[in-house]
Design a protein around this ligand. Sequence first.
Ligand code: MN
Length: 287
Amino acid sequence: MKLCRFDDDRLGVVEGEFVSDVTEALRALPPVSSWILPLSDPCIAHLAELRAAIGALKSPKRLPLSSVRLRSPVASPGKIIGVGANYNLHISEINADPVVLPGMVSDDTVRSGGTLFFKARSALAGPGDGVKLRFLERRNDHEIELAMVIGKTADRVPESDALDYVAGYAVFLDMTLRGPEIQAQRKSIDSYAVLGPWLTTADEIANPDALDLRLSVNGEPRQSGNTRDQIRSQRNIVSYASQFFTLYPGDVIFTGTPAGIGPVKPGDIIRASIAGLGEMTVAVGKA
Ligand code: MN
């Protein structure tokens, strides 16, 4: 199933060029009764009930996909976790780029140490929201990445079971301001975490470790890669992250970018696609 959030927080199911408005199915979610908000996203935590309720809806309204504004398919992730330096060719390009991280990514960091970091939740956007650049005098780069959305609470899970904890996959743009500040700060600018175009549930993706990724800017190809070239596989990432912190339903993990990162400026149009997960079109503006 391809689940989207669109317009004014409507819930949709994408089928081809159409989206069915299944917002009514949200009644299947338990009411929020506590003043303590959960660490998980309610839709993802109750995805099975939600899918059953969607299936029970009689003739939901269908709209052309092109007529809706796509938002982040996960509305309230507890955490947005990044995996740095997960493709060898990308490590080579950043080590060779004086503006990026001169010499900072050593083989030791990548192979024996961890490269996990966080983006602030307030950075989250959907393709229809666009990216609003700040610090226009500096380099703002695109990074296309495969995103996993956690479906079940995962605390120190083994690699062998790790994919059972994934609810689905989506395309992610890890927008990145280059400069001296630490990663979490430069990558947490509002709108610098674009998730979309929708959530494709895990049952539709036979092997997340063999997906083509492609990104173009104004029609010019920039990034092209395949998740089989990742240093850490999806199951390794979930297992590894869960050794440090419990993963909750709705947590988003973006899994590293292939080579070909480059700058964007206001007025650019980014197209980012991953095989089986769809393509998202993201307009670049300024804040
Ligand atoms: Mn990245």
